[in-house]
Design a binder for this molecule. Sequence first.
Ligand code: MTE
Length: 320
Amino acid sequence: MAYIKVPKAWEIPENQVTTESDYIDRRKFIKNLGLGSAGALLFSSTNACAQGSALEKQLEPFRSQTLDAKKNENFTVERQITDEIVAATYNNYYEFTTSKSTVWKRVEKFKTRPWEIEVSGLVEKPMTLDIDDLIKQMPIEERIYRFRCVEAWAMVVPWIGFPMKALLERVQPKAEAKYVRMLTFLDPEMAPQQNDFRLPWPYYEGLTLAEAMNDLTLLTVGIYGHVLPPQHGAPIRLIVPWKYGFKSIKSVVSIELTDKKPRTFWNTLAPREYDFEANVNPNVPHPRWSQASERMIGTGKRLPTLIYNGYGEAVAHLYK
Ligand code: MTE
């Protein structure tokens, strides 16, 4: 699995990305740059049902790989769990397509084995780990989390994973380490949108070390009791439930500890729209839409957005 360094100077001029205010989602934003193919296709449960058998076939190999993970009752929410089929057919994975409802059809060539994840940078014990060894070695458990996309849709999902801090403690961060920088794979043969050189592939994200060490920050290897299907970011992705979904980077190959604040994919593309912190906040609208409420996918319900997505008790102290 090859990956390259992100070209640091690469940036779309701000005047190309901040002047439009008449559209609501990032597929339109990308299309406006001349980068997208399909327009936004809105999900409906009828749509998912009509494609039912193909989807069942796509999910079957992953559903059959169940993971033995005990439910952690400390992490549950009062909202209803999103239907698995709804979650599996409503994805943001720009490496494959800009159309959420068709990601699951575009991941056919995506090979998630063998897979290695490198942990490097300002650590005492850098290591490269095979994903299956990692899963065996880490304390995996099931946690039900709220998930809130910056596009104002939300879901509630049972993830299976382990706290990122368990991995970071193993590599022993040096005192100078202040941030964590993560990268997704780069392989345009598997992920056709990565052929588009105008986007700064591979996808990259970052957290402060304190955020990465927070108990809520989960490196996730499963969902709904089984391994992650590719559309959710197999074989390992991040979940940071108090931040907008774009922080939850999928299919991670590298975790690097650094003393410098890392740049992020969406911040590079549109700095005034997607900041590094990206904490869920109903009181701070996105420049092009309100964040006061969210649409629960698959239910037709709109609910008020909660500060820190409801996780303030665990994380508000990080921002004092
Ligand atoms: N990670 C990568 N590598 N590529 C992406 O396009 N999209 C992000 C995030 N992680 C994305 C990514 C966004 S915008 C969201 S909302 C979530 O993944 C969606 O996760 P889901 O498809 O599992 O719901």
